[in-house]
Ligand binder design. Structure first.
Ligand code: PMP
Length: 384
């Protein structure tokens, strides 16, 4: 097949994003200027510590959070593990029941499975409706007298559906013994208006989904909540995450968040235009494609299935044409079992085994979407 275009078209932004040069600049300057260990008691170390703590204050004020504190760690996987296992193991004497959903990221699901298998917890896995949404009523009806933790994602990483996090967090105010954790790493900076997280107890965010550096993120937690630390060591981050504090990454992360939140609404409206163009094409060709992303969806993630060709073959053919999309999420895209997320909204095995996820970014253009559409036309016609 001849190359349709020689420019890379990157539509895998839910998987990771290109680092913003401003973020990289902050990082490299900080590596040079502020390399002293914030735990050292000499003058340079104390300067690093001051700046490190300032990044946390700035981060909290960007999200308008007054009752929270920040724990920096290596990304959303670690934040989810610390939140879920940290709460369950710390509060196990309060109750043994936990609630999550069946379409969470593996870093959430596997943590719950471990708690079930190794530690005797009981977990209720909620199913989303056909739109990919988990309602507050569904959450409330799963609550038991021994429920200690509820963990739900804000935006699903495969189909882009948005959960009513504010509504659920307000509802849970009636249940002060239940701790509410939200994996928001696909939501931050990618909604029409950022969610108000003030009633969320634990919040997971990650740098590389918003043009920050891979390998850094935060768990933002209400101060009053205690966690069992998973790392033993030097006692950094109030004993909750031992390991030398990473000031350059903290500064770079703050820059990435500032950029993401600053232009959030404008970026959203722009990306929505791109998404609308793609969705309109998919709808017109409903004999060839089934749309899996539905109405209440974040436009950054458009998921559909190919009806006449194998999804993975189309992904590969697009890649050969320099267009990067993914089949499910990058975390399990090589296993070929079909998407458990797409199955969770009621789609059959054929649909969920042939999914394509186009995850957009504000750096993409309408022209790129048009190239994707014309290349899809060509591929769908060519593959036997
Ligand atoms: N949760 C969700 C919803 C995600 O999309 C991802 C990234 N695929 C993660 C967690 C894991 O993020 P990280 O790479 O920062 O560990």
């Amino acid at each position: 097949m001849k190359m349709a275009n020689n420019k890379l078209i990157y539509f895998d932004n839910a998987s990771t994003t290109r680092v913003n040069p401003r973020v990289l600049d902050v990082y490299t300057k900080a590596c040079d200027e502020y390399f002293a260990n914030p735990s050292s008691i000499h003058k340079e170390g104390q300067r690093s510590l001051y700046l490190f703590n300032r990044t946390k204050e700035d981060l909290l004020s960007l999200f308008k959070l007054k009752e929270h504190e920040v724990i920096y760690l290596s990304g959303a996987t670690e934040a989810n593990n610390l939140a879920i296992k940290g709460v369950a193991l710390r509060y196990k004497n309060r109750g043994k029941h936990l609630i999550t959903s069946i379409y969470e990221h593996p870093s959430v699901l596997e943590a719950f499975k471990q708690l079930e298998k190794e530690f005797g917890f009981e977990v209720t896995y909620l199913s989303p409706d056909s739109q990919g949404v988990i309602s507050s009523q569904k959450v409330e009806s799963a609550i038991r007298s021994d429920t200690i933790l509820i963990s739900l994602m804000a935006v699903n990483n495969e189909i882009g559906s948005i959960n009513p996090i504010e509504e659920i967090s307000n509802l849970l105010e009636k249940y002060p013994k239940i701790i509410f954790h939200v994996d928001a790493c696909q939501a931050i900076g990618k909604l029409e208006k950022e969610i108000n997280y003030s009633n969320v107890d634990l919040l997971t965010i990650s740098a590389h989904k918003i043009h920050g550096l891979v390998g850094f993120g935060a768990l933002i937690k209400k101060k009053k909540i205690d966690l069992l630390p998973l790392n033993s060591g030097g006692g950094q981050e109030n004993g909750l995450r031992s390991g030398t504090e990473d000031l350059p990454n903290a500064l770079a992360f703050l820059e990435a968040i500032k950029i993401a939140l600053n232009d959030e609404t404008r970026n959203y409206l722009y990306v929505k235009e791109l998404a609308n163009r793609l969705v309109a094409y998919l709808k017109v060709h409903s004999a060839l494609f089934e749309l899996n992303s539905t109405e209440n969806v974040n436009p950054y993630i458009i998921n559909f299935s190919t009806l006449t060709k194998k999804g993975s073959v189309v992904v590969e053919a697009l890649s050969n044409e320099n267009i990067m999309v993914s089949s499910t999420s990058a975390c399990h895209s090589s296993k070929e079992k079909g998407s458990y997320v797409v199955k969770s909204i009621g789609k059959d095995d054929k649909i969920s085994s042939n999914t394509i996820r186009v995850s957009l970014d504000y750096s993409n253009t309408l022209e790129e979407v048009d190239i994707l559409i014309s290349t899809l036309n060509k591929i769908i016609g060519e593959i036997r």
